[in-house]
Design a binder for this molecule. Structure first.
Ligand code: ADP
Ligand code: MG
Length: 265
């Protein structure tokens, strides 16, 4: 289970959630859970508001079963738990609960049987470090941080890294850093190159080799309710997300191989 988190808005969390999930769905069974009250991942997959009456809020707050709130999408092998309209109130309602940080994990633990049907689960987080994001970090096995190549990128990332550390200490010791994905990279802009070099210098191989270019097709696709690979497979953006999925699978294979070589680690 991978959470896409970064407290900054507009850095490519949702775009990466939708398009990476879609690219992986060509080989794996994938579930995407929309945890952002704005519901952009739901819109991006063409799920109309009328079809979102039950979703992550119903599961998280009302205890609706996962099977009931998950729906198939137009992408084969990709299911979605949409953001229902009530999700905007979830943070406030969670505050009063004794398991306020663990509610999502508790839900998903009790849905273990249904979850066995999926190889990958992505959690699309809202642009804040509030309770919904904390719930995602507590439930997830790892975090993928999309980072836009702009001037303040490194400062922003240190905040999410601190939050990950805090969650790891207090609530979810096995939370791993899946990595950082550089998004909206602009080859013609020297700043993009400089930021990318800085981030790689600092985070080393935690940064995915695959870089997502700024590409108009990526930003057009959601208005058609389509992932970019279905909207324009040949576009540089679509190709980058396919590459990112391949790299993610390759990284997982080499992590597993390393774990077999040194079981204690
Ligand atoms: P977040 O979920 O972090 O708030 P989004 O994924 O919604 O960010 O992206 C913010 C905006 O940038 C959206 O309008 C999206 O279409 C656009 N965008 C994201 N990635 C790209 C890209 N690679 N090229 C062009 N536009 C992009
Ligand atoms: Mg978003």
């Amino acid at each position: 289970m991978i959470a896409l988190a970064n407290q900054k808005g507009g850095v490519g969390k949702t775009t990466t959630a939708v398009n990476l999930a879609t690219a992986l769905a060509s080989e794996r069974r994938v579930l995407l859970i929309d945890l952002d009250p704005q519901g952009n991942a739901s819109t991006g997959l063409g799920v109309q508001r009328l079809d979102r009456s039950v979703g992550s809020y119903a599961m998280l707050i009302d205890g609706a079963p996962l099977d009931y709130v998950a729906q198939e999408t137009r992408v084969p092998n990709l299911s979605l738990i949409p953001a229902d309209p009530d999700l905007a109130g979830a943070e406030v309602e969670l505050v009063g609960r004794p398991n306020r940080e663990r509610s999502l994990r508790d839900c998903l633990t009790s849905a273990e049987d249904a979850l066995r049907g999926y190889d990958y689960i992505f959690l699309d987080c809202p642009p804040s470090l509030g309770l919904l994001t904390v719930n995602a970090l507590v439930a997830a096995g790892s975090v993928l941080v999309p980072l836009q190549c702009e001037f303040y990128a490194l400062e922003g990332v240190s905040q999410i890294v601190q939050t990950i550390e805090r969650v790891r200490h207090a609530l979810n010791p096995s939370l791993a850093m899946e990595g950082i994905v550089l998004t909206m990279f602009d080859r013609r802009n020297n700043l993009s190159e400089a930021v990318a070099a800085d981030v790689r210098g600092y985070f080393g191989d935690k940064v995915f080799e695959t870089v997502i270019p700024r590409n108009i097709r990526v930003s057009e696709a959601p208005s058609h309710g389509l992932p970019v690979t279905l909207y324009d497979f040949r576009s540089p953006g679509a190709q980058a997300y396919v590459k990112l999925a391949v790299e993610l699978l390759r990284r997982e294979r080499s992590k597993r191989a390393a774990a077999v070589r040194s079981p204690a680690a």
